[in-house]
Ligand binder design. Sequence first.
Ligand SMILES: [Zn+2]
Length: 299
Amino acid sequence: LVKDFLLSNIISPLGSLDDLSDFSYIFIFCNNQILCKDESIDLNTPIFVWNPKDIKEFLILIDEKLKSANESWRAFQFAQYKEKQCLLINLNKKIYPDISEIEKNIHFFRDLRYFFRKNADQWLMLAGLSYQVYKWDNDHYFCGRCGNEFNYSSNEFAKQCTKCKNVLYPQLAPAIIIGILKENKILMAHNKRFPYRFFSVLAGFVNIGESLEETIEREIFEEVGIKIKNIKYIGSQPWPFPNSLMMGFIAEWQAGEIMCDGEEIDEASWFTSEELKKIMLPSQISIARKIIDKFLETN
Ligand SMILES: [Zn+2]
């Protein structure tokens, strides 16, 4: 598995807008959404990736607007894509309503999640990384220990408190996702938060103090009341909404009848491959779908 992009070793802030041309690819966020361009602007990259010459004027406008309001925005190098530099821009959310008025026609904001309904490619995974870095940057302006401002660390990908020296790294929330098989069927569940008639395999976050195996047993028993055996690891996937690492497994039913918890899961049952064809499945990009496809390969 070869990846085209890499997280930077350190966070290097952009000096000034004149240095914009040092970067090949620019990801711009505001209010948890990513700035997109009209498709006609540049066909070489997806609509959520900007190149410096197409965005410079817009950024100059934004910069003037913010300066006149005594506000600022943040821009820093965060990754490399095929050895080219990638810049992340975190626009100040206070200016958000004005942005759409500036150049309505070629710029628009969208939830990154929207693009994750489509097929995975390296650009989308890189955008996912940029979103995680953005969320982390945006949610941690101040030190949680003493309340002073954070600076970017000069020797690792982290922030450091200007006063008490507290170091903060981007944090991950590990989660398990698991397909449970019984004879020629797979357990599919409907979460209360899911759209109508959408089913997927079971998933849950790892608690502190828990091994993955313990999380799996607890989650499965809590959500559908069954016991499982022969847990096998399938693979993992970063999931940037907001900061998960999904670890995928397959296991076999051992004992018990399905009993939904009613809190998270309101419906669950065993599906044959034929029955799966009749329902909406998770998108191709997700590890949930990989688990389901693995079941379909042999059933
Ligand atoms: Zn501090």
